[in-house]
Design a protein around this ligand. Sequence first.
Ligand code: PBG
Length: 326
Amino acid sequence: MSFPSVRMRRLRTTTALREIISEVELNPRDLVYPIFVDEKAKNPIPIKSMPSYYRLPLNQVVNEARQILEQGVKSIILFGVPSKKDDAGSEAFADNGVVQRAIRNLKKEFGDELVVISDVCLCEYTSHGHCGIAKNGKIQNDSTLEVLQKVAVSQANAGADIVAPSAMMDGQVQLIREGLDDAGFDQTAILAYSAKFASSFYHPFREAVESTPQFGNRKTYQLNYRNAREALREMELDINEGADILMVKPAIAYLDIIHAAKAKFNIPLAAYNVSGEYAMLKAAAQNGWIDEKIAICEILSGIKRAGADLIITYLAKDVKSWLSST
Ligand code: PBG
């Protein structure tokens, strides 16, 4: 059967008709809100390239999380900006590190009501800004693994529900799983940044947490953006190493990877709608070049339609204000 008996426009006639045949629906509980906690900050510090987004002092993190929960969002992911950085990134696994303290405060206040995810990486903590230990200008894989293991255990010990390794070192999920199990944290889950591409869209984040590499770039560990098969192989390896949830990052330019991963693997899938994607949206909206609320819904619905179960996004904080625009 075809035209004129088939008329696709019939089901687009009214808002209610369009609603009842919608294939995906955004829900606040699909979203994860990133929080940057800054050990030196006394007040929220605005980030120039991320309008309406701030680095927070430790004593405001609980309040921020409360506002997130009020929006129906159930999870946050923490990033730390330590007051001192060194070559070994040692503040990343300090028991009284800024992230560890933030996790303790959040768990004390909200218990199981809030899912606390913590980023496991060294780039915010190393003086050179790389995600691993550097030797003669090269990022060392295996010696970095031991440090990442310590970071994950210290965060689990502080009470994190999920640790999220993002350094893109080979074997990181396996070593972290072993480290957690040996320390008695067999219930702490791993959200693996498995398909993390070397991307221009991290630029605002690096400005925000002062993690721009001081030499070279991240292309010796993050994925080449031309490669989809390699990304799927990374994801398969992480499943075998014990990941509980996989991630694709960034999201908008990588919807094909999200889609392929969803079809191939039976494991929850997250997508990170990164800082540069947020910056583009905000910049266009501020210029009046797009309708912000509708654009947000379109972008996040697209990421969900591609197959993401969870979306990490800086837009999660005011989800109620734009959700009605779908
Ligand atoms: C690495 C890390 C990065 C982001 C999250 N974790 C940046 C990088 O690889 O430079 C980027 C997040 C964003 O851009 O929103 N620890």
